[in-house]
Ligand binder design. Structure first.
Ligand SMILES: Cc1cc2nc3c(=O)[nH]c(=O)nc-3n(C[C@H](O)[C@H](O)[C@H](O)COP(=O)(O)OP(=O)(O)OC[C@H]3O[C@@H](n4cnc5c(N)ncnc54)[C@H](O)[C@@H]3O)c2cc1C
Length: 568
């Protein structure tokens, strides 16, 4: 995948996609697979914004059963199956557990009805091809079994528990990047660090975007018959670029936050009712209790998600220390054995989600429940422009399908039907993941240790051989970057040469797993920066600046600086 600005300007594309988050990546891939000519531009790096902040759960429909929205339940279940099918190396089955209580809405009876409906709606959920990965039926467990699975949980009011299965993304950054790679392989022209700065706009019709190459400062025009605005928190900012034709804001923003901490509960994603203290000033302690999930991921726990209204510019957001403290208090109250301290916080995920107008009282947020596709021709009499508003990583593929259906309609031409439900993404050509993983460890390992081979199988799937090719070329690239990580040098070279990594942050945070669980140690940062400097010809001042930029990406990390990466 090459960053080729000349390709962006020398043709008129069917589709120009602004925004390289999960929604933009899905739109670009879907459209390219249908045979449309596609350009995708991202102002910074692919997946740097909200998509980098996921709790990594691919939700089945259980939470929507309570809304009695059965259509939504079915969609979520179908999308969960789709992700497992098209990205078998990156999406895996996740056991979940929620205690039941002696309150009606959280009772055994309520949960058993919800599980039964979910079960009914989930028919056909298991892929016959991969019998090694199953979603077992949900079940209600006894009080004593629940308390043995959650030792130390305050037993008052606990009546039992509900166990079910969802899916989890092993590496959400690589999932997103694999979609971009897939789009590029299907013919899309993709580029990071290209910012849309305006529209080409004639006679109430959008005909492409004006854009700036953020790396060189060069201004370009990218012509397209249809432009898809999939810019997440920047949706309204993009619509304002229509100048005199500026459209009404689409939605108020909220922030959503997760903590990444040392691991508390290794076996299940556990949902516990918790009440935030409101020290951050948003809730004043009067908030109703919410469900906090403690999700095992590698050697860490992901804890969340907490929502707050937000009215500032996305770039101006900083993680509120008081909210971190509130979350820690809430988790420790909900599950006293956690005994989390501020130093146990290795990383904080914070991103933006769309809400429905009218939220804001006492820090409450009313999240938008479903993704939307806005047809500006119908809504605003502006042709050639579609806006995608996504609410979940889980449903991004489906929302993209709707957006591309509309684009094809607006283009007024024939195109292949959507194929993204069945075509494996880059690295996803795998029949049975467990067999594949075992084979990867025993064949063509070029002397790499099993832990490294395992990690390559998870991260790059069926394309892991591309990393081994570098090792064959130069065995020194087969060495781990430092003793504290299983990431090998070849991955960094590959990120630069084949995955459009331009900055140290791109490599640390989004191409490799060096920063996935928290701030890498100094030796690791330096070794990675030195390798990049050698590849890209950076001067020492640039190298130091790159390191400083990465450190700034971990502003809210506790006083315990080093967390070594763990690979399951
Ligand atoms: C803390 C948290 C936890 C979550 N957990 C889950 C979960 O467990 N499961 C789940 O399904 N969902 C989860 N979500 C929701 C999910 O992460 C989001 O719905 C999704 O990532 C949004 O993707 P997006 O593509 O719409 O936005 P983004 O990822 O923000 O992408 C928009 C992109 O547009 C780019 N852009 C903006 N302006 C321009 C411009 N002028 N030119 C070029 N590019 C531009 C931005 O740089 C950005 O990269 C979570 C969200 C948060 C915040």
């Amino acid at each position: 995948m090459k960053r080729d600005l000349a390709r962006l300007v020398d043709q008129t594309f069917d589709l120009v996609v602004i925004g390289g988050g999960i929604h933009g990546a899905c739109v670009a891939w879907d459209a390219a697979l249908r045979g449309l000519s596609v350009a995708l531009v991202e102002q910074r790096d692919f997946g740097h914004a909200t998509s980098a902040n996921s709790l990594k759960i691919i939700h089945g429909g259980l939470r929507y059963v309570q809304d009695a929205n059965l259509g939504r339940v079915r969609t979520m279940l179908e999308e969960r199956s789709t992700w497992l099918r098209i990205a078998p190396h990156l999406v895996h089955v996740l056991p979940c557990l929620m205690p039941t209580f002696d309150q009606l809405s959280r009772s055994k009876a309520a949960l058993s009805v919800a599980l039964a409906i979910n079960e009914l709606m989930a028919y056909g959920r298991n892929e016959p091809a991969d019998w090694q990965r199953r979603f077992p039926p949900g079940r209600i467990i006894s009080r004593s079994e629940c308390l043995s699975l959650l030792p130390g949980l305050a037993p008052t009011g606990v009546t039992g528990g509900a166990v079910w299965h969802d899916a989890q993304i092993y590496n959400s950054e690589r999932l997103l990047l694999s979609l971009v790679l897939s789009a590029a392989e299907a013919g899309a022209a993709v580029a990071n660090y290209v910012q849309a700065t305006g529209f080409i706009y004639e006679r109430e019709n959008v005909g492409g975007v004006k854009a700036k190459d953020v790396l060189s400062g060069q201004e370009v025009e990218i012509r397209g018959r249809v432009v898809v605005n999939s810019t997440g928190a920047w949706t309204d900012a993009i619509l304002r670029l229509l100048g005199g034709h500026a459209l009404a804001p689409r939605f108020p923003l909220s922030i959503a936050m997760n903590l990444v901490t040392r691991q508390i509960l290794p076996d299940y994603a556990v949902g516990l009712p918790a009440r935030l203290a409101g020290k951050d000033g948003a809730g004043n302690g009067r908030e109703p209790s919410q469900m906090l999930f403690i999700v095992p991921w590698r050697n860490y726990s992901l804890i969340g998600t907490v929502h707050r209204p937000y009215t500032g510019a996305p770039e101006a957001f900083t993680v509120p220390e008081a909210l971190i403290e509130d979350m820690l208090i809430a988790v420790n109250r909900a599950y006293p054995p956690a005994e989390l301290q501020r130093d146990d916080v290795c990383h904080v995920h914070a991103g933006f989600l769309p809400t429905t107008p009218g939220h804001g009282s006492a820090g409450r947020v009313k999240l938008m429940r479903e993704g939307r596709v806005h047809d500006h021709l119908r809504e605003d009499h502006i042709g050639g422009l579609i806006t995608v508003v996504g609410v979940k990583y889980t449903t991004a593929r489906k929302v993209a399908e709707k957006a591309v259906n509309l684009a094809v309609e607006r283009l007024g031409r024939r195109a292949r039907p959507c194929q993204t439900q069945g075509v494996p993404i880059w690295g996803g050509q795998i029949d049975r993941f467990d067999d594949f993983r075992a084979r990867a460890i025993t064949t063509r390992s070029l002397g790499l240790v099993p832990q490294t081979m395992d990690h390559l199988a998870y991260s790059y799937g069926s394309e892991y051989g591309q990393i081994l090719d570098y090792v064959e070329e130069d065995p020194a690239w087969g060495q781990a970057l430092t003793a504290s990580t299983p990431i090998i040098r070849a991955e960094i070279v590959h990120a630069i040469r084949a995955e459009m990594a331009r900055t140290l942050a791109d490599v640390i945070l989004r191409r490799t797993e060096l920063g996935a669980g928290g701030r890498p140690d100094d030796a690791c940062l330096q070794a990675c920066a030195d390798l990049m400097a050698a590849e890209l010809g950076w001067e020492p001042a640039r190298t130091n600046q790159e390191i400083a930029n990465v450190l700034a990406a971990f502003p809210a990390v506790g006083r315990k600086p080093l967390v070594s990466m763990g690979v399951t």
